[in-house]
Write a protein that binds this ligand. Structure first.
Ligand SMILES: NC(=O)c1ccc[n+]([C@@H]2O[C@H](COP(=O)([O-])OP(=O)(O)OC[C@H]3O[C@@H](n4cnc5c(N)ncnc54)[C@H](O)[C@@H]3O)[C@@H](O)[C@H]2O)c1
Ligand SMILES: [Zn+2]
Length: 345
């Protein structure tokens, strides 16, 4: 982030100077690396804890986290565990962080090769989305965050999905107005879910916002994080939608519309890691070990969100692996064929 916004640190200093009757910077900003690899490095949390201890931050102080979802997850975890919880303000700078993780209540880092193995639930006191940051994102990070908007649209809001479909070309071409509308609605739906669904701290087994995520989390790991989170979520959703279609739950026209929109947005829907060790699904290298890891991470019974139509999810507690295998080969075929020939709508 700093490479693209080299003046950020002096802007922060100037801002605090200008408002010196309201804000006192307790320390120079701590710069930590961004990206998923940073979440594998436990020394970064330690580094933040040390500064918090050295400058004597109390629970009435604020940690301001500026960056992508990874930096915000790390800083949020450090803030939540110092003094059992220092107040956190998030200033997310990627599409994904602005429309999904920033407005959530979770934070965490990876450990033992497992994503978000260490973490807490801790709502931020404020989230500030500044769209100006988004112009410097690389295309992959611009696109990646759109997957979370597709996710929440698919399970909750058909109109929003139609909007994404209508504006898919503009979004792929980096139209900032379309993106701002997308982020706004996606945030609204996430917030609404957290505030009104009745389970903000995920005590139950049901996790609707994790649609497409059991495979996504596993794929991120299997690809050694070559795939960004959003890219993996797009594949995970394509897989669960195709499974929903093959089991007769999701109408064919809806399925085609979803695949078409994901392709139009520029997502790849198949990577070879999906098909690794399909003959022995108990192996860690098989995508299907992601099912038990997902259950273990969430606790309770297995709950996989599937789709019965665009805008309406439904949860199941068991799945048929042989149908999933068929879904994987269909995605492989879709990627291999010219998609326009395959999709007839
Ligand atoms: N806590 C939650 O509820 C939650 C929810 C969803 C995802 N996440 C986590 O968020 C992470 C992914 O976040 P992400 O997609 O924001 O990616 P990221 O944080 O990995 O950032 C991707 C890259 O973009 C750079 N970057 C950040 N802002 C930039 C900007 N404005 N211009 C140019 N480059 C910029 C970063 O330095 C990094 O190299 C994953 O670890 C995922 O698990 C957390
Ligand atoms: Zn996600």
């Amino acid at each position: 982030l700093l490479n693209h916004h080299p003046g950020l640190l002096s802007k922060i200093a100037n801002y605090a100077n200008y408002y010196d009757d309201k804000i006192k910077l307790a320390a120079e900003p701590i710069v930590i690396p961004g990206g998923e690899a940073a979440k594998n490095d436990p020394t970064l949390v330690d580094k933040i804890h040390r500064i918090i201890e050295q400058v004597g931050l109390c629970r009435h102080s604020y940690v301001l986290a500026i960056g992508g979802g990874a930096v915000i997850d790390i800083a949020g975890y450090a803030a939540a565990t110092a003094h059992r919880g220092i107040r956190l303000i998030r200033l997310p700078t990627t599409v994904l962080a602005q429309n999904d993780s920033g407005v959530g209540v979770k934070n965490g880092i990876n450990a033992f090769g497992k994503k978000n193995f260490l973490g807490t639930f801790a709502p931020p006191v404020a989230v500030l989305n500044d769209f100006d940051f988004l112009s410097t994102l690389c295309d992959r990070d611009w696109r990646g965050g759109i997957a979370e908007a597709v996710k929440v649209a698919l399970i909750k809001d058909r109109d929003f999905f139609e909007f994404i479909g209508d504006r898919a070309d503009d979004l792929a071409k980096r139209d900032s107005q379309a993106m701002e509308q997308l982020i706004y609605r996606c945030c609204q739906l996430h917030l609404d879910h957290i505030a009104t669904y009745g389970d903000p701290f995920e005590m139950g087994s049901s996790r609707p916002l994790d649609f497409g995520h059991w495979a996504a989390h596993k794929l991120e790991h299997l690809t050694h994080y070559r795939l960004r989170h959003g890219e993996a979520v797009a594949i995970g959703m394509a897989l669960d939608c195709t499974y929903s279609y093959l089991t007769g739950l999701l109408p064919e026209a809806d399925w085609q519309q979803i695949i078409k929109t994901l392709k139009q947005l520029g997502f790849e829907l198949y990577v070879p890691e999906l098909a690794m060790d399909l003959q022995n699904t108990a192996l860690k290298s098989s995508i299907f070990s992601g099912l038990s890891e997902f259950r273990e991470h969430l606790g309770g019974d297995l709950a996989i969100m599937l789709l019965q139509k665009i805008g309406e999810g439904t949860e199941v507690d068991r799945v048929d692996i042989s149908v999933y295998k068929k879904a994987i080969s269909m995605l492989q075929k879709i990627e291999a064929d010219a998609v326009d020939q395959f999709i007839t709508v």
